[in-house]
Design a protein around this ligand. Sequence first.
Ligand SMILES: Cc1cc2nc3c(=O)[nH]c(=O)nc-3n(C[C@H](O)[C@H](O)[C@H](O)COP(=O)(O)OP(=O)(O)OC[C@H]3O[C@@H](n4cnc5c(N)ncnc54)[C@H](O)[C@@H]3O)c2cc1C
Length: 168
Amino acid sequence: MTTTDQPRDQHAPWIDKERLRQKYLEERNKRLRPDGNDQYLQVRGQLAHYLDDPYSPVAPRAPKADHVTFAFIGGGFAGLATAARISEAGIEDIRIVEKGGDFGGTWYWNRYPGAQCDTASMVYMPLLEETGYMPSEKYAHAPEILAHCQRIGKQFGLYDNALFTPRS
Ligand SMILES: Cc1cc2nc3c(=O)[nH]c(=O)nc-3n(C[C@H](O)[C@H](O)[C@H](O)COP(=O)(O)OP(=O)(O)OC[C@H]3O[C@@H](n4cnc5c(N)ncnc54)[C@H](O)[C@@H]3O)c2cc1C
């Protein structure tokens, strides 16, 4: 990557963005397969129940046909943090669509004994200052991280519009 013959970014002048984009494209193309979705197997039989959500009962509801300004698929850290920031910007009609029964993403689904983060909690857990929450351990266990996701959802009003477990 050259550092001299490309337009320079004010904040990161050493990054050749065009070359970087090209590299990402090359890596993406290496992973594309001609069989597309046919490469995947349908999970059947003994293992099929893992596709269900064991933590939340299905709560039937009518289909939604309204309009929202921002909608996200996925109620993990990414969806929560983005929605929280949008909410801070004053936009209220945000919808998170999540196939699980609650927010948490990774931390909703992974509940095996001893599960914990391996990045320091103070760095890893989002929106700590905004929620005023102090992690109890250097490497927080899964239930604490899940509870923090729920805390973010409540504080930023993200439950109001969310759609969980869409199997009605
Ligand atoms: C045990 C464990 C420990 C980890 N520790 C660390 C760590 O210490 N540091 C670190 O950086 N990372 C760690 N990770 C990685 C972790 O996945 C990420 O840090 C982060 O939580 C990912 O957030 P996300 O929102 O991008 O995705 P996810 O948390 O995976 O959330 C995506 C959500 O989207 C939902 N979804 C997907 N498709 C659909 C659909 N079609 N319709 C509706 N909903 C859908 C899923 O149900 C899921 O809830 C760990 C992962 C595990 C499993």
